[in-house]
Unconditional design. Structure first.
Length: 275
Protein backbone atom coordinates (compact mmCIF):
# COMPACT_ATOMS: atom_id res chain seq x y z
CA UNK A 1 0.00 0.00 0.00
CA UNK A 2 2.97 2.30 0.48
CA UNK A 3 3.76 1.63 -3.18
CA UNK A 4 0.15 2.42 -4.11
CA UNK A 5 0.12 5.70 -2.21
CA UNK A 6 3.48 6.77 -3.64
CA UNK A 7 2.41 5.83 -7.18
CA UNK A 8 -0.89 7.72 -7.09
CA UNK A 9 0.74 10.85 -5.65
CA UNK A 10 3.60 10.77 -8.17
CA UNK A 11 1.15 10.23 -11.03
CA UNK A 12 -0.86 13.26 -9.88
CA UNK A 13 2.31 15.39 -9.77
CA UNK A 14 3.18 14.27 -13.30
CA UNK A 15 -0.31 15.14 -14.52
CA UNK A 16 -0.11 18.57 -12.89
CA UNK A 17 3.35 19.25 -14.38
CA UNK A 18 2.11 18.41 -17.90
CA UNK A 19 -1.19 20.26 -17.55
CA UNK A 20 -1.41 23.00 -20.19
CA UNK A 21 1.73 21.74 -21.94
CA UNK A 22 0.41 18.57 -23.58
CA UNK A 23 -3.19 17.63 -24.33
CA UNK A 24 -4.84 15.16 -21.96
CA UNK A 25 -5.54 12.83 -24.90
CA UNK A 26 -1.84 12.80 -25.77
CA UNK A 27 -0.92 12.01 -22.16
CA UNK A 28 -3.42 9.13 -22.14
CA UNK A 29 -2.00 7.84 -25.44
CA UNK A 30 1.54 7.78 -24.05
CA UNK A 31 0.23 6.14 -20.87
CA UNK A 32 -1.28 3.31 -22.95
CA UNK A 33 1.89 2.89 -25.04
CA UNK A 34 4.13 2.68 -21.97
CA UNK A 35 1.69 0.36 -20.19
CA UNK A 36 1.48 -1.95 -23.21
CA UNK A 37 5.27 -2.09 -23.51
CA UNK A 38 5.65 -2.93 -19.81
CA UNK A 39 3.02 -5.68 -20.00
CA UNK A 40 4.58 -7.19 -23.15
CA UNK A 41 8.05 -7.17 -21.55
CA UNK A 42 6.58 -8.82 -18.43
CA UNK A 43 4.94 -11.51 -20.58
CA UNK A 44 8.17 -12.22 -22.48
CA UNK A 45 10.17 -12.49 -19.23
CA UNK A 46 7.69 -14.83 -17.50
CA UNK A 47 6.64 -16.93 -20.51
CA UNK A 48 9.32 -19.53 -19.78
CA UNK A 49 8.05 -20.14 -16.24
CA UNK A 50 4.27 -19.87 -16.62
CA UNK A 51 1.62 -20.06 -19.31
CA UNK A 52 -0.06 -16.71 -19.95
CA UNK A 53 -3.43 -16.75 -21.70
CA UNK A 54 -4.43 -13.46 -23.35
CA UNK A 55 -7.33 -14.93 -25.30
CA UNK A 56 -10.72 -13.36 -24.61
CA UNK A 57 -14.24 -14.42 -25.51
CA UNK A 58 -15.67 -11.13 -24.24
CA UNK A 59 -14.10 -8.53 -26.50
CA UNK A 60 -17.31 -6.48 -26.55
CA UNK A 61 -17.31 -6.09 -22.76
CA UNK A 62 -13.58 -5.26 -22.83
CA UNK A 63 -14.28 -2.47 -25.34
CA UNK A 64 -17.25 -1.22 -23.30
CA UNK A 65 -15.15 -1.20 -20.11
CA UNK A 66 -12.27 0.67 -21.66
CA UNK A 67 -14.39 3.37 -23.30
CA UNK A 68 -15.68 4.34 -19.85
CA UNK A 69 -12.26 3.86 -18.24
CA UNK A 70 -10.72 6.18 -20.83
CA UNK A 71 -13.44 8.77 -20.17
CA UNK A 72 -12.83 8.47 -16.43
CA UNK A 73 -9.10 9.01 -16.88
CA UNK A 74 -9.76 12.04 -19.08
CA UNK A 75 -11.94 13.66 -16.40
CA UNK A 76 -9.43 12.81 -13.66
CA UNK A 77 -6.46 14.32 -15.55
CA UNK A 78 -8.56 17.37 -16.44
CA UNK A 79 -9.43 17.83 -12.78
CA UNK A 80 -5.80 17.45 -11.68
CA UNK A 81 -4.87 20.43 -13.86
CA UNK A 82 -7.72 22.68 -12.70
CA UNK A 83 -8.63 21.83 -9.09
CA UNK A 84 -6.69 21.46 -5.82
CA UNK A 85 -5.17 17.98 -5.80
CA UNK A 86 -6.91 17.06 -2.54
CA UNK A 87 -10.35 17.90 -3.96
CA UNK A 88 -9.80 15.64 -6.97
CA UNK A 89 -8.74 12.74 -4.73
CA UNK A 90 -11.64 13.36 -2.33
CA UNK A 91 -14.22 13.31 -5.14
CA UNK A 92 -12.58 10.17 -6.49
CA UNK A 93 -13.54 8.40 -3.26
CA UNK A 94 -17.15 8.40 -4.52
CA UNK A 95 -16.24 5.60 -6.98
CA UNK A 96 -17.27 2.76 -4.58
CA UNK A 97 -20.60 4.55 -3.95
CA UNK A 98 -21.40 4.79 -7.67
CA UNK A 99 -20.24 1.20 -8.10
CA UNK A 100 -22.80 0.05 -5.53
CA UNK A 101 -25.60 1.76 -7.45
CA UNK A 102 -24.47 0.57 -10.89
CA UNK A 103 -23.88 -3.02 -9.73
CA UNK A 104 -27.38 -3.08 -8.22
CA UNK A 105 -28.88 -1.96 -11.54
CA UNK A 106 -26.84 -3.97 -14.05
CA UNK A 107 -25.54 -6.96 -12.09
CA UNK A 108 -28.79 -7.32 -10.11
CA UNK A 109 -26.94 -7.17 -6.80
CA UNK A 110 -29.25 -6.93 -3.80
CA UNK A 111 -30.02 -3.46 -2.45
CA UNK A 112 -29.78 -3.57 1.34
CA UNK A 113 -30.25 -1.03 4.11
CA UNK A 114 -26.47 -1.04 4.63
CA UNK A 115 -25.90 -0.08 1.00
CA UNK A 116 -28.52 2.68 1.17
CA UNK A 117 -26.86 4.13 4.28
CA UNK A 118 -23.48 3.95 2.52
CA UNK A 119 -24.79 5.79 -0.54
CA UNK A 120 -26.41 8.51 1.60
CA UNK A 121 -23.20 9.04 3.59
CA UNK A 122 -21.24 9.25 0.34
CA UNK A 123 -23.60 11.79 -1.16
CA UNK A 124 -23.42 13.86 2.03
CA UNK A 125 -19.63 13.83 1.69
CA UNK A 126 -19.89 15.11 -1.88
CA UNK A 127 -22.21 17.96 -0.83
CA UNK A 128 -19.81 19.01 1.94
CA UNK A 129 -16.89 19.12 -0.51
CA UNK A 130 -18.64 20.80 -3.45
CA UNK A 131 -20.78 23.10 -1.21
CA UNK A 132 -23.57 23.95 -3.68
CA UNK A 133 -25.46 27.09 -2.72
CA UNK A 134 -22.69 28.21 -0.39
CA UNK A 135 -19.59 28.53 -2.53
CA UNK A 136 -19.11 29.10 -6.25
CA UNK A 137 -19.11 25.58 -7.65
CA UNK A 138 -16.35 24.93 -10.17
CA UNK A 139 -17.82 23.07 -13.18
CA UNK A 140 -14.67 20.94 -13.22
CA UNK A 141 -15.87 19.41 -9.92
CA UNK A 142 -18.80 17.88 -11.79
CA UNK A 143 -16.43 16.62 -14.50
CA UNK A 144 -14.42 14.83 -11.80
CA UNK A 145 -17.65 13.41 -10.36
CA UNK A 146 -18.55 12.27 -13.87
CA UNK A 147 -15.12 10.64 -14.08
CA UNK A 148 -15.88 8.81 -10.84
CA UNK A 149 -19.12 7.48 -12.36
CA UNK A 150 -17.18 6.32 -15.44
CA UNK A 151 -14.65 4.58 -13.19
CA UNK A 152 -17.53 2.89 -11.35
CA UNK A 153 -18.95 1.57 -14.64
CA UNK A 154 -15.47 0.37 -15.54
CA UNK A 155 -15.07 -1.37 -12.15
CA UNK A 156 -18.45 -3.07 -12.55
CA UNK A 157 -17.41 -4.36 -15.97
CA UNK A 158 -14.08 -5.51 -14.51
CA UNK A 159 -15.94 -7.45 -11.83
CA UNK A 160 -17.87 -9.25 -14.55
CA UNK A 161 -14.73 -9.85 -16.65
CA UNK A 162 -12.72 -11.19 -13.71
CA UNK A 163 -14.98 -14.25 -13.58
CA UNK A 164 -13.51 -15.51 -16.86
CA UNK A 165 -10.45 -13.35 -17.66
CA UNK A 166 -7.04 -13.17 -15.99
CA UNK A 167 -5.80 -9.90 -14.49
CA UNK A 168 -2.95 -9.69 -17.03
CA UNK A 169 -5.47 -10.17 -19.85
CA UNK A 170 -7.69 -7.35 -18.57
CA UNK A 171 -4.67 -5.02 -18.29
CA UNK A 172 -3.41 -6.04 -21.74
CA UNK A 173 -6.70 -5.27 -23.46
CA UNK A 174 -7.03 -2.06 -21.46
CA UNK A 175 -3.84 -0.69 -23.00
CA UNK A 176 -4.48 -2.23 -26.42
CA UNK A 177 -8.01 -0.78 -26.74
CA UNK A 178 -7.28 2.62 -25.24
CA UNK A 179 -4.18 3.19 -27.38
CA UNK A 180 -6.03 3.82 -30.70
CA UNK A 181 -8.67 5.90 -28.88
CA UNK A 182 -5.96 8.18 -27.51
CA UNK A 183 -4.21 8.32 -30.89
CA UNK A 184 -7.41 9.26 -32.74
CA UNK A 185 -8.32 12.01 -30.27
CA UNK A 186 -4.81 13.48 -29.91
CA UNK A 187 -3.60 13.47 -33.51
CA UNK A 188 -5.33 16.76 -34.38
CA UNK A 189 -3.61 18.60 -31.53
CA UNK A 190 -0.28 16.78 -31.42
CA UNK A 191 2.90 18.39 -30.15
CA UNK A 192 6.09 16.40 -29.60
CA UNK A 193 7.17 16.23 -25.93
CA UNK A 194 10.48 17.87 -25.09
CA UNK A 195 12.94 17.67 -22.21
CA UNK A 196 11.36 16.83 -18.86
CA UNK A 197 7.99 16.20 -20.50
CA UNK A 198 9.29 12.81 -21.61
CA UNK A 199 10.27 12.00 -18.02
CA UNK A 200 6.84 12.93 -16.67
CA UNK A 201 5.11 10.85 -19.36
CA UNK A 202 7.22 7.83 -18.43
CA UNK A 203 6.48 8.40 -14.74
CA UNK A 204 2.73 8.58 -15.43
CA UNK A 205 2.81 5.39 -17.49
CA UNK A 206 4.85 3.46 -14.93
CA UNK A 207 3.00 4.67 -11.83
CA UNK A 208 -0.39 3.96 -13.42
CA UNK A 209 0.61 0.29 -13.57
CA UNK A 210 2.48 0.15 -10.27
CA UNK A 211 -0.41 1.73 -8.32
CA UNK A 212 -2.89 -0.96 -9.38
CA UNK A 213 -0.33 -3.76 -9.12
CA UNK A 214 0.59 -2.78 -5.54
CA UNK A 215 -3.05 -2.50 -4.49
CA UNK A 216 -3.87 -5.90 -6.00
CA UNK A 217 -0.92 -7.45 -4.12
CA UNK A 218 -1.97 -5.71 -0.89
CA UNK A 219 -5.43 -7.28 -1.18
CA UNK A 220 -3.78 -10.71 -1.36
CA UNK A 221 -2.11 -10.19 2.00
CA UNK A 222 -4.63 -8.14 3.98
CA UNK A 223 -8.36 -7.70 4.45
CA UNK A 224 -10.08 -5.30 2.08
CA UNK A 225 -11.06 -3.03 4.99
CA UNK A 226 -7.40 -2.55 5.91
CA UNK A 227 -6.49 -1.82 2.29
CA UNK A 228 -9.27 0.77 1.96
CA UNK A 229 -8.26 2.35 5.28
CA UNK A 230 -4.68 2.78 4.08
CA UNK A 231 -5.85 3.95 0.65
CA UNK A 232 -7.71 6.80 2.35
CA UNK A 233 -4.31 8.18 3.40
CA UNK A 234 -4.02 9.39 -0.20
CA UNK A 235 -6.19 12.37 0.76
CA UNK A 236 -3.96 13.92 3.48
CA UNK A 237 -0.81 12.93 1.58
CA UNK A 238 -1.87 14.61 -1.66
CA UNK A 239 -3.04 17.62 0.37
CA UNK A 240 0.50 17.96 1.73
CA UNK A 241 1.87 17.66 -1.83
CA UNK A 242 -0.48 20.40 -3.01
CA UNK A 243 0.45 22.69 -0.12
CA UNK A 244 4.21 22.16 -0.38
CA UNK A 245 4.64 22.09 -4.18
CA UNK A 246 1.78 24.21 -5.50
CA UNK A 247 0.88 26.52 -2.59
CA UNK A 248 -2.68 25.17 -2.47
CA UNK A 249 -4.92 25.93 0.50
CA UNK A 250 -6.38 22.99 2.41
CA UNK A 251 -10.08 23.25 3.23
CA UNK A 252 -11.50 21.51 6.31
CA UNK A 253 -14.53 20.60 4.18
CA UNK A 254 -12.29 18.18 2.26
CA UNK A 255 -11.45 16.34 5.47
CA UNK A 256 -15.08 16.19 6.62
CA UNK A 257 -16.45 15.17 3.23
CA UNK A 258 -13.67 12.66 2.63
CA UNK A 259 -14.19 11.17 6.11
CA UNK A 260 -17.90 10.62 5.42
CA UNK A 261 -17.10 8.84 2.15
CA UNK A 262 -14.45 6.79 3.95
CA UNK A 263 -17.02 5.72 6.58
CA UNK A 264 -19.51 4.93 3.80
CA UNK A 265 -17.01 2.59 2.17
CA UNK A 266 -16.14 0.87 5.45
CA UNK A 267 -19.83 0.34 6.32
CA UNK A 268 -20.34 -1.79 3.21
CA UNK A 269 -17.00 -3.61 3.44
CA UNK A 270 -17.46 -4.54 7.09
CA UNK A 271 -21.00 -5.72 6.37
CA UNK A 272 -19.68 -7.98 3.58
CA UNK A 273 -17.06 -9.45 5.91
CA UNK A 274 -19.68 -10.24 8.58
CA UNK A 275 -22.05 -11.85 6.07
Amino acid sequence: MSGTLFSFCLMAIGARELSGELSVFQILLCRSVIGLLCICISIVISISTQKINLRTDRLGLNIFRNIFHFAGQYGWFLGIGALPLAEVFALEFTVPIWTLIIAAIFLKEKITLTKIVSVLLGMAGVLIIVQPGYAIVDPISFIVLGAAVCYAISHTATKSLSASESAISILFYMCLIQLPIGLLLSIGNWSWPVGLQWLWLIIIGMTALSAHFCMAKAMQYAEVTKVITLDFLRLPLIALVGISLYAETFEISLVLGGALMFIANLVVLRRRRVS
